[in-house]
Each structure stands twice: as C-alpha cells, then as structure tokens.
Ligand binder design. Sequence first.
Ligand code: ZN
Ligand code: ZN
Length: 358
Amino acid sequence: MRAAILHETGQDKLEVVDDVEPVGFGPGKVRIRIRATGLCHSDLSAMNGVLPQPAPFVPGHEGAGEILDVGDGVSGLAQGDRVLMCWLPACGSCPSCKRGQSHLCLAGFMNAGTPNFRRAGGDVFGFAGTGTFTEEVVVGAGCAVPIPDDLPYEIAALIGCGVTTGLGAALNTAKVEAASSVAVIGCGGVGISVIQGAKACGAAEIIAVDPVPARREAALRFGATEAVAPEEFAGAKARITAGEGFDYVFEVVGKSATARTAYEMTRRGGTLCVVGAGAMDDTFQVNMFELFFDEKQILPSLYGGGDVLRSYERAIALWRAGRIDLEGLITHRVRLAEINEALDQMRAGTALRTCIEI
Ligand SMILES: [Zn+2]
Ligand SMILES: [Zn+2]
C-alpha cells in the first residue's frame, strides 16, 4: 500500500512509496482505512527533530477513516465504524485518567517505540504511534473514536488534533471569560481554533498576531476583532488595553521568544496559555520577582487540556450548531503524491489546514 515516509530526521521531503504494510494487528488493536488526514505543524516538528520521533516514519496523526478489522478483546467498535484517530489514547485506569485529565495519560506512549509498518527495507514507525499519511494503519482500540454519521471525515480528522488543541485551550485550560480581552500569537489552524474558542466563550476583544498577511485575513474571518503583524502588537496592547495588557494571551507558536512576548503582553493577574509545541533545548525564562509580583498565570495546554473525548464532543456540538466554522479551516487539498507541496505550503504559512487525499 502507499504511504509517505521520512527516511531520516532532518530531511525536508517525504518519499511516497507503495510497498508498505501495516503491522501489529491482534488483540486490542483495530485496522483502519484512512479516509482523510490533515497536515499539522507537529508533523513538521517531528520531521525536523523538534519533537522526538524515531525514523524512518510515516508522519500524520490527524486522521479519520473506517474500521476494517477489529482484534480480539475490543469492545464497542465494529467493522465499518466511522472513527477519528486519537493520537493520545486514554487507558481509563491510570491516576491521570481517573482525575479526568485523560490528555495526560501516558499509556499510549508505551508503544511509541514499536513499529507500525514494514517494508522490504525494514521497520517503519508511525508518528506518535499513528502515522496517517497512508492507506491503512493498525492502532490500539483507544485510538479509534466513533464519530456521528453527519460528521464528514475531513472535519473529523481536524477534530483529532488541531481543532481540539485550539478550542480546548480556550474552553478547558484558560476558561476564557465573557467580555474579556484576548490575544492569539500564531494563527495557523490551531491559532484559528483558539480564536473560535475565545469567540464561543464570549470574549469582547480578540487580537490575532501573525507575520503572514493571509493568516491575519483568515483570523478576521474566523472571529478575531483585529489582526496585527508582530511589530504592531505592542501598539495594539497600548491602544486596546490602555497599556495594562490582555486578560488572556495564547502562544500558539512553540518558541521561547514568542512565549516571552506573550508573557509581557499579559496583564498582571492575567493568563498566558502556552499551546505551541516547542523544543527541549529552548528555555522560557521568567525572573523570580515578576513571577510572584505580577501574578500572571502560566497555563500550558496539551491537546486542549481536560478530557479528550469530552473535548471532541464539544467541538462536534459547536460545529453542528454553526458556532464554529471547521470547513473553512481547510484551505488546501492535495493528493498523497503531492505531499511535499503541502509541506511547503505549511512552511510558508499560506495554509491553515491542508487536507491530504489518500
Ligand atoms: Zn497535531
Ligand atoms: Zn490513563
């Protein structure tokens, strides 16, 4: 079967091959035919080594499809079920899961060192234990979450990562209050989802900050009240908040420099919510005086915070009610053979989400 593979970490192009087979099917597993997959920035971060991932691997972790086979011992799933892929499956029994913080469950990562695919040249891993830039994948049953019939695969795929991450940051982690002021740094698919989440929460001001004009225009379409380039951000803060700073600032880039800017743009007592996935050698610094004296809340948000399945349900409910626009997030469509064009579009910042047809 076909799949897009990164042979070595640090390479910037994927090779589309047709000699890959999924491996590992058995008890507790399901085999899924991928019907839609989105390209998420984390795929790039795994390719360039910012996020740890053994190679060679098939990128892609934002996917949806139908179940082809169900292994022994799997309950609640059947052949033909429409599902979205959860790359952070919850075990349901560890301390994090019992607290309702299933996004912190590490059980799914126990299999991260196990290959998901094989080809003549040897083992191939799947990014984050999934790997959706392919026709079929075998994953643990917890990675397959049934979706309602009215939810298209393309939209379901986005809910599997970017949408849940962004919406959840606003709804679950920061708990944006009505009438508050919000700034969002970084307006790709996740940043736009933060904006839509803040809007759903009733924020009065939502300032989008991004160096790419197309993304600023998109941010305005999705609910930002103003969109500025990074060099205009300080002026916007002075004008909109009388210099005090925003009630909430979301960092959706994953770099210490933008996180520091976000910290400074947050008002005293306000909330800095860190959504971007950054590198282990990039250190965010706050001095001990400002840390206690300004009482800014620093809240990281992983996969939207809170209960992952509940987050999916919320996203679906808001989409169905027309309160968020998910169709509009898909700005580009490519075939698997054109995957490298999709990577270039994401690097250039011209795509919110690219949907890849397998
Ligand atoms: Zn992602
Ligand atoms: Zn768990």
